[in-house]
Design a protein around this ligand. Structure first.
Ligand code: GUN
Ligand code: ZN
Length: 642
């Protein structure tokens, strides 16, 4: 069973429950060659903290003494490893050396007999140079074998490998067919040659097309990916598990892994690594070591690089900044930069899972930052939901200080008194004054010296938007300073944020009758919206977005038909949720498909009666497929800010 604890982009920090314990993801499984054991499984567990490893059942089966031992005492005892053990099936050997002399059934049976936690189907490795026909035919065989493996698996978990060479449609189709089988983990296979040849651009299409077809409630394993350089990007794309044989293979021929690539010992100019394996060594002393000892040092160094980067990836996921780490890492090699740029093609899919807001500020790292879904989300929301209060626009340029309405207060007031809406051309595109405090506009940092691509894109999207939404557009300096029109900037903002967040219909219901705004005396920011005496919304100071109060939820439910903003739970959950406990996936019967992670939602019973409000943690298709985990973090009825 798999559960998401925290997310960012398509990345998830998850808990994967197995027979040998709960594995926190993302996790990397070092490959242990049972014949060699450069670093012992016990050391991997205790010293490096690897709670799972992968070994090869085909090698064990074909080595008589290992086979006998594994069948006699079981794999965990044989390897002396208390964590989770995954085994591969011989597919990789067929990729390396041609046909293997075993059947799928034999391999599944054998893996069961040695007590593997997660066994692998004998899938067919689809090479990147294969034709589409050849690939499609072999996928049929892999699918049949996977079905067979599921029928035979007993209490062993099964890896159902998604294949499809470099054909995105075949990948997605294969993934969809795997998704309905009783598979436990989905490795994405056939990608090792792509990584060896630095074909990261195609790797992005392969991973994303596979992800599109898969069931979100199972961990995804990127088979053969273990270089620290790719971990941030692969995690961002939603890969949960990785494995590395390279740490040991590279060590055998004196190659050291670093976050920016792999270096040959003979080419290195210095050994500037302070990991526990290298500490105290110089390049000279390492070169002079005996080959066996040196291999051990390098293998351990490589493992430390992997564990350090994985820990960093997890921290960035928790901080909601994984895009930033991935963008930085992708600058290590032009082929990785291509991968990052390619991700823009998949923005629409990624946007479905991108949280509506994050805790900290987002940093721009370069023009590729525009590939992030927050840009697309902002533009599409203002196109659909922005309604100008004043039909003429006065144009300003972003000069770096935010929020704009504070930095440009006097100028904004001048144009507003003349009947113009101030609109700033920002790197996100057009920002009407009343939207300047919401996420991500105010919570973002851009360099003062701007990239030409970003600015051109921002300008053209602004022009298009203004032509569509306003009757007249002028430069701010051309507006006279003698206007005397009255306006209520707070009320304009209060409504505009509501439309941006909840849409036009819901906003009409929330802002009915007499509106009073409670404004913070200290910061001047809106705190509460009171409509006809009812406190319907509270604005969060951090992201400038609202939390929805029960009174507001009642209004929306009366005005906008289900399933809009609703998460419906069954009768079993009603007593708990109405007391303020969280709503768990297994109790949800229906959910608005348009909701994004961290959106404000209304929890209702089967008769559409409001029982709570809160923030949704997963999107609709995830809630449907997960058997565990929080769907909605419920806010207690007392109405404080969440
Ligand atoms: N190891 C690396 N790639 C693969 C793959 O495609 N299938 C299997 N079973 N193992 C792999
Ligand atoms: Zn080191």
């Amino acid at each position: 069973m798999f559960e998401i604890v925290k997310r960012d982009g398509l990345a998830r920090i998850g808990k994967f429950e197995t027979r040998s314990g709960v594995l926190e993801t993302p996790a990397l499984l070092p490959v242990v060659n049972p014949k060699i054991c450069t670093v012992t499984p016990k050391e991997l567990y205790e010293e490096f903290g690897f709670k799972a490893l992968i070994t090869n059942s085909y090698i064990i089966k074909n080595t008589p003494d290992l086979k006998a031992k594994a069948q006699e005492v079981g794999l965990h005892k044989m390897l002396d490893f208390p964590g989770v053990i995954m085994t591969d099936s011989g597919t990789f050997q067929s990729h390396m050396y041609g046909e293997v002399e075993v059947t799928n059934e034999e391999m599944v049976e054998f893996q069961k007999s040695i007590g593997t936690d997660i066994g692998t189907v004998l899938d067919i490795f689809t090479e990147p140079y294969w034709t589409k026909e050849q690939t499609a035919e072999s996928i049929e065989v892999t699918l049949e074998r996977t079905q067979k493996a599921c029928d035979m698996k007993g209490d062993m978990m099964i890896n159902g490998v998604v294949q499809g060479s470099v054909y995105p449609d075949l990948r997605e189709d294969c993934a969809r067919k795997m998704a309905v089988m009783d598979v436990d983990v989905h490795p994405i296979g056939g990608v090792v040659p792509l990584m060896e040849q630095y074909r990261y651009l195609e790797l992005v299409d392969v991973v994303m097309s596979s992800k599109k077809g898969l069931n979100p409630n199972r961990p995804v394993h990127l088979f053969g990916a273990g270089h620290p350089m790719v971990l941030a990007l692969a995690t961002l794309m939603g890969c949960d598990l990785f494995d590395s044989a390279s740490y040991a293979k590279f060590a055998r021929d004196d190659r050291m892994m670093f976050i920016d690539g792999t270096y040959r010992l003979q080419d290195m100019q210095s050994l500037d690594c302070n990991c526990p394996a290298c500490r105290g060594l110089t390049l000279e002393s390492l070169r002079k070591m005996g080959s066996k000892e040196r291999m051990k040092v390098i293998a351990r160094h490589n493992l430390y690089q992997i564990t350090d980067e994985l820990a960093l990836v997890k921290r960035y996921v928790k901080e909601g900044r994984l895009w930033e780490l991935a963008e930085m890492r992708c600058r290590a090699h032009p082929a990785m930069l291509d991968a990052l740029r390619r991700l823009e093609e998949h923005q629409e899919f990624m946007e479905r899972y991108d949280p509506i807001s994050r805790d900290g500020a987002m940093f721009y790292t370069g023009s590729e930052t525009r590939c992030r879904p927050v840009f697309r989300r902002y533009m599409s929301r203002i196109w659909d939901r922005y309604v100008p209060e004043m039909s003429k626009a006065a144009l300003f340029y972003d000069e770096g200080s935010k929020p704009y309405s504070r930095a440009l207060a006097a100028d904004f007031d001048r144009v507003r008194r003349s009947g113009y809406t101030p609109v700033v051309v920002s790197p996100f595109g057009p920002v009407p004054a009343e939207l300047d405090e919401l996420y991500p506009i105010a919570q973002s940092l851009f360099p003062v010296i701007e990239d030409i691509e970003t600015m051109l894109e921002a300008e053209s999207s602004t022009v298009e938007f203004l032509e569509h939404k306003f009757s007249e557009v002028v430069k701010s300096q051309d507006v006279s300073d003698d206007g005397d029109q009255e306006y209520d900037a707070d009320l304009i903002r209060a409504k505009a944020v509501s439309r941006y967040q909840f849409g036009i219909e819901a906003t009409d219901a929330l802002f009915k009758g007499k509106i009073e705004l409670v404004v913070s005396r200290k910061t001047g920011k809106i705190r509460n919206v009171i409509s006809d005496g009812e406190h319907v919304l509270s604005m969060r100071a951090g992201d400038g977005l609202y939390t929805l109060r029960k009174e507001g939820a009642d209004r929306i439910v009366s005005a906008v038909p289900s399933p809009f903003m609703r998460v419906k739970v069954n009768d079993d959950a009603v007593p708990f949720v109405s007391e303020g406990r969280n709503a768990f996936c297994q109790f949800v019967t229906e959910c608005d498909e348009g909701l994004k992670p961290m959106d404000e939602v209304i929890v209702t019973d089967k008769d559409d009666k409001v029982i709570a409000t809160g923030r949704i943690m997963l999107v609709a298709d995830e809630i449907r497929s997960f058997k565990k985990g929080i769907a909605v973090k419920v806010r207690s009825g007392s109405g404080d800010e969440a």
